[in-house]
Design a binder for this molecule. Structure first.
Ligand code: IMP
Ligand code: MG
Length: 369
């Protein structure tokens, strides 16, 4: 991963893939042109790397020149294209091949066609290393395309983000979500996860996602996913992981600008941990740590019985149900300790003490991530 100005980018296309694509293009163009000596025209600034590497692979005589246009601001294409350096030689009767680094909206290409309308060239062909079909809004033919890419901003190999990144020999793609701190808050029922999550989300500007709350919200509001979840719950069955993951995905997407998330109540199994990893990966992010509040069983039972008196939650009222939940927790979910330990992401924190002390202990872990 690299950072340019305020944004993070991940490796996307290797130098080797670029080299192969240019080789294919050079061979194909040379075959098509036969004995014609083409005039290759690079569009500056972005195309300087493409042109330089491409012409070294071109197996026959050719001429090379540049024009300079600019249409990009930050990470967005603009309609307003400036012609900074125009054509300097007579191209009458020539076969011209435009060499582009990337074709995005096609605005730059429209300008190129405008420039060549009065040049009396024999033929004008377009070759581009990268092409974003989803972004392209014109219908000029693209004669040679190296690599089609999704409509996401890239840098490297001549392409820049506000001036930086042109020198990179490979191509990087912008990360969908920028740098986030994602925590799994873990601990048996009554450990104080909910209480601590409230403090941590304020302190670190994180979004707290409690699967229990998400379920209750979706069911109460009768969302499609809520109704689906309810159909399992009503039958006394576990909600399939995919339904839960889809709900979490919706929560994560609702908060795309978040600095990170606190997951509470999920994952509970290895399969769920893997599903969560995949979900975060699809957002170009990851789980940074599992933080577990460690509290002795007897203290948990007392706390939950106390909570049951005021919360009205049926599962907090009965001691044998409480003990079951605690046992169930250790049987089923403590294996996650191994899962995250194996990735050096498990942090146990003493969950007995004042709320402030425990928040302090949790913060000490988070600050070191
Ligand atoms: P178009 O005019 O929208 O087709 O965009 C063409 C120009 O925008 C290119 O020559 C680049 O300078 C710039 N551009 C388009 N997409 C990207 C990108 O993903 N990264 C960096 N520059 C880009
Ligand atoms: Mg360009």
């Amino acid at each position: 991963m690299i950072k340019l100005h305020d944004k993070f980018f991940k490796p996307f296309i290797s130098a080797k893939q670029i080299d192969d694509a240019l080789q294919r293009m050079a061979t194909e163009i040379a075959d098509d042109l036969g004995d014609i000596v083409p005039m290759f025209i690079g569009i500056l600034n972005g195309s300087f790397m493409v042109v330089s590497d491409f012409v070294k692979k071109y197996p026959k005589p050719c001429e090379v020149t540049f024009i300079k246009l600019a249409s990009y601001e930050g990470v967005k294409s603009t309609e307003d294209i400036q012609r900074l350096i125009g054509l300097t030689q007579d191209l009458t009767g020539r076969t011209v091949i435009i060499l582009e680094d990337i074709i995005d909206t096609g605005n730059t290409l429209a300008e190129v066609h405008r420039i060549f309308k009065n040049e009396n060239v024999k033929s004008l062909k377009i070759a581009t290393l990268f092409y974003k079909p989803e972004a392209y809004k014109k219908d000029f033919k693209l004669h040679y395309v190296g690599i089609e890419i999704p409509n996401k901003f890239i840098v490297g190999y001549g392409l820049d983000y506000d001036g930086l990144g042109r020198n990179l020999p490979e191509v990087y793609q912008i990360k969908q979500t920028q740098h986030m701190t994602n925590l799994v808050l873990f601990g048996p029922p009554g450990a104080g996860k909910g209480t601590q999550a409230e403090f941590l989300k304020e302190k670190y500007n994180l979004v707290h996602i409690s699967t229990g709350d998400v379920f209750r919200f979706n069911i109460k509001n009768e969302t499609a996913l809520g109704m689906l979840a309810k159909s399992y719950i009503d039958k006394g069955e576990l909600v399939p992981d995919q339904v839960t993951i889809d709900m979490l995905n919706a929560e994560v997407e609702k908060n795309a600008d978040a600095k990170g998330f606190i997951f509470d109540g999920f994952p509970r199994t290895n399969a769920q941990a893997e599903a969560l990893e995949k979900l975060m990966d699809s957002k170009d992010s990851q789980i940074n740590a599992m933080i577990a509040l460690e509290v002795e069983d007897e203290i948990l039972v007392q706390r939950l019985l106390g909570r049951g008196k005021t919360s009205g939650r049926a599962d907090d009222a009965n001691e044998s149900i409480i003990r079951n939940r605690i046992t169930e927790y250790y049987n089923k979910t403590a294996i996650l300790k191994e899962y995250y330990s194996a990735q050096d992401k498990y942090f146990g924190v003493d969950g007995v003490g004042s709320i402030e002390d425990i928040t302090e202990r949790l913060s000490a872990v988070i600050d070191k991530l």
